[in-house]
Design a protein around this ligand. Structure first.
Ligand SMILES: [Zn+2]
Ligand SMILES: [Zn+2]
Length: 741
């Protein structure tokens, strides 16, 4: 197949997520359809095409326009070249060291594969059907380069029929590493049970039982979402009284309970198939699914197994993470039998091993945000903005809650998957495993490690044990930097006003911060505004029991008698004494604790059963009326006493709690926006960045964006505003300091 000598043509470079997504066969088909000669191959920078013939410009223009669904084309460039081309167009061997070092995230079943599973043919009813456009990727990966031998599919030698598809460039399974069929691939079964596994599992679900379902990145516990007793049983067994359950169903099932806009439907259908938070519009499902919530978390079936299960069951299922309380999700069959025994009446099992634990991602479409970044999103990368070209390899360890690590290399940031709370021993093991795993997979050799300054964080202790130079990045500065880098803010674009509304993070003055207006860039910051510091009576207890914060806030606002009236059953005298003596009552400017306090005065009782419960309840009940409670102060302290006094007046005249909840949100939004606007108008800041865990609150985010009006505003869309994005911010701050010497 050698050519006739030297040919003149174009050398075309394609950069982006273009390996392992069917890109070469796509180019092969496109080039042949346009009558071009040449070749396409992978190399360390992506995909390279050498082509000759008429219509090269049209060919280049068509490349991004018709790219495969899982591809992300960042750039297509070309130059004239002279080379020796074959007669036709061919897919050539990869070239260069480390030519195929990329792997894409796991992707939901494509429409072609779903159709195949439900139509007569050799894959009818087959739960592991996949192709180049869909299927498992990162969750089956054991090493790079990505090919079947280095995945958990290595245990399943391809049959002749699958191999023929795999080797045919015209087939949508060309080089699809996990290709499989009932003759050669993984198999499904029910424990206990005989006969059809799906039919058996559905019988358990119909009888109100709970089924442990082995999925892509771990086990789920499934039950009938429409059966209040089944859901209550699951809550009782999991000892999870109130935290909302995620659900799985078809778009029609989802539409029966929630409003689904076009953007939300698109996000549900995204190959990442995240859990999408949607506004509830009809009380079709039992309240037990998500007690007190105005939003429900839904995902579409994303594997053939899920499609078969939902189709056979004919209704929505609760699909919650299969784990012991606080522990990571279970991934192994033996581990599932052992740990989920007390929860599940049956196990829907298969024999394809899960190489890597990945939770479902949790996202919102309006406004767009990522609350938990995991399956379907990792190991996706984020390009670093201008100015970071010479940045060294950096490793960042993140925080203690919602832990995730971040790797910088070659101008890209790889924010790893959600790990969980590092207090838990098994999550800590998972953190260490992820650290080693990412380093090996991406051949990462960091020159510096970044972390939070809080020495109580396990990740911080581990960073100091690495034997590398350590850069500590203040918690809220890291949040702000993460928001800046996600928005492509160049290194030398000047300072930004950062409104960082968060739970708690250590400030350089030794107090606990969390309701901050920062002015700064990647390199550093000044603290320009902060919520009135108030005690957290009982320390960590105050993070669990909202009324403690209400007591401290009301006392600080000279409204102590109201605290006596509302929380008289609590040991107030003792706590007040502790606050006065400064015993176990650290001061904080945390916005998260302010939210908790306000939720408590509006009636949230007792302890939170999960993080953010009180604040979510406050958001859920808010009914805006255009009024905002005032915050005081001009420089420095952002005084909260005026807010509390305005609330006390409302309460005295019987204003509805829903209205007071909204006025509280509006007060915070407008108070911080006013301060940030002043920084921009004085020319000190060029834009406003919104970050911190409180900006998971869609109402607060919208009200703040509205209050900022025509100012340039940076918000999180693809990375979490919560501590899940911390490592990204730490990494870029460390990189900025390295680049700037
Ligand atoms: Zn497919
Ligand atoms: Zn086969």
């Amino acid at each position: 197949m050698k050519g006739r000598g030297m040919d003149e043509g174009w050398r075309i470079r394609v950069r982006g997520q273009v390996q392992g997504v069917g890109f070469r066969p796509y180019i092969w088909q496109l080039a042949r359809s346009m009558g071009l000669r040449g070749r396409v191959f992978n190399d360390p920078e992506g995909v390279l095409i050498e082509a000759a013939g008429d219509g090269l410009a049209a060919f280049v223009a068509a490349i991004p326009a018709r790219a495969p669904v899982l591809a992300r084309v960042d750039a297509v460039t070309h130059e004239g070249a002279v080379f020796d081309l074959p007669e036709g167009f061919e897919i050539a061997e990869s070239r260069g060291v480390g030519a195929e070092t990329r792997v894409t995230p796991d992707a939901a079943s494509c429409p072609d594969c779903v159709a195949e599973v439900f139509a007569p043919g050799r894959r009818q009813g087959y739960a592991f059907t996949n192709c180049t456009h869909c299927g498992p990727r990162f969750t089956i990966l054991q090493g790079l380069p990505y090919d079947r031998a280095r995945t958990t599919m290595a245990a399943f030698p391809m049959c002749a029929a699958c191999r023929a598809e795999y080797e045919n460039p015209g087939d949508r399974r060309f080089h699809a590493q996990p290709v499989a069929c009932p003759d050669c691939g993984p198999r499904l079964w029910l424990e206990p049970g005989a006969g059809d596994a799906i039919v058996g599992a559905v019988a358990v679900l119909r009888s109100g039982g709970i089924v442990a379902v082995k999925g892509l990145g771990g086990f789920h516990l499934a039950c009938d979402a429409g059966n209040a007793r089944a859901v209550a049983l699951l809550r009782a067994r999991k000892r999870r009284p109130a935290k909302p359950f995620a659900m799985m169903g078809t778009l029609a099932m989802i539409g029966a309970t929630c409003a689904v806009s076009e953007a939300e439907a698109a996000l549900l259908r995204d190959p990442a198939a995240p859990i999408v938070l949607l506004q509830k519009v009809a009380e079709v499902l039992p309240e037990e699914v998500a007690p007190g919530q105005a939003v429900l978390g839904w995902m579409l079936p994303y594997t053939p197994l899920h499609h078969l299960l939902i189709a056979e069951f004919g209704g929505p299922l609760v699909m919650t993470s299969g784990n012991l309380s606080g522990e990571p999700q279970v991934i192994g069959n033996a581990e599932a039998r052992d740990k989920l025994r007390a929860f599940a009446d049956a196990f829907l099992m298969h024999d394809r091993e899960i190489a890597r634990r990945l939770d479902d991602s949790v996202e919102r479409a309006a406004p767009p945000m990522v609350l938990r970044r995991a399956r379907g999103r990792v190991p996706g990368t984020l390009p670093l903005p201008e100015g970071f070209e010479t940045a060294p390899q950096v490793l960042a360890y993140g925080g203690q809650m919602k832990a995730a690590i971040c790797l910088l290399k070659n101008g890209q940031a790889l924010l790893g998957h959600h790990l969980g709370e590092l207090d838990e021993a098994l999550t800590w093991e998972a953190f260490l495993a992820a650290d080693a795993d990412y380093a090996a997979l991406f051949d990462h050799a960091p020159e510096v490690v970044a972390c939070d300054p809080h020495l109580g964080y396990r990740a911080t202790q581990a960073a100091h044990g690495r034997g590398l130079p350590v850069i500590e990045v203040q918690h809220h500065h890291a949040h702000m930097a993460a928001c800046m880098v996600e928005n492509g803010w160049p290194l030398d674009s000047g300072p930004v006003a950062g409104i960082v509304l968060d739970g708690v993070g250590l400030g350089p003055d030794g107090t606990i911060w969390g309701g901050e207006l920062l002015l700064g860039d990647y390199l550093g910051f000044e603290r320009r505004g902060w919520l009135s510091p108030v005690a957290m009576p009982g320390g960590d207890m105050a993070s669990r029991e909202p009324w403690r914060n209400a007591l401290a806030q009301l006392d600080a606002a000279r409204l102590g008698p109201l605290a006596d009236e509302m929380f008289g059953a609590q040991p107030l005298a003792l706590l007040r004494q502790a606050v006065r003596a400064g015993v176990n009552a650290p001061l904080t400017s945390s916005a998260g604790r302010l939210f908790d306090a306000f939720a408590a005065v509006l009636g949230f009782e007792g302890a939170q059963t999960y993080e953010g419960e009180a604040a979510m309840a406050l958001e859920a009940r808010a009914r805006p009326d255009g009024v905002a409670y005032p915050l005081g102060g001009v420089e420095g302290v952002i005084e909260t006493a005026p807010l509390w006094q305005a609330w006390a007046q409302d309460r005295a005249v019987g204003v509805a709690p829903e209205v007071m909840a909204a006025r509280f949100h509006a007060g915070l939004a407008q108070g911080f926006a006013r301060r940030a606007r002043a920084l921009v108008e004085r020319g000190e800041a060029r834009a406003v960045a919104l970050s911190g865990g409180c900006f998971q609150n869609a109402l607060l985010l919208e009200m703040t964006v509205v209050a900022l009006g025509d100012l340039p505003v940076l918000i999180h869309r693809r990375t979490p505003a919560n501590d899940g994005g911390l490592a990204l911010g730490q990494a870029v701050v460390a990189a900025a300091r390295a680049v700037s010497g």
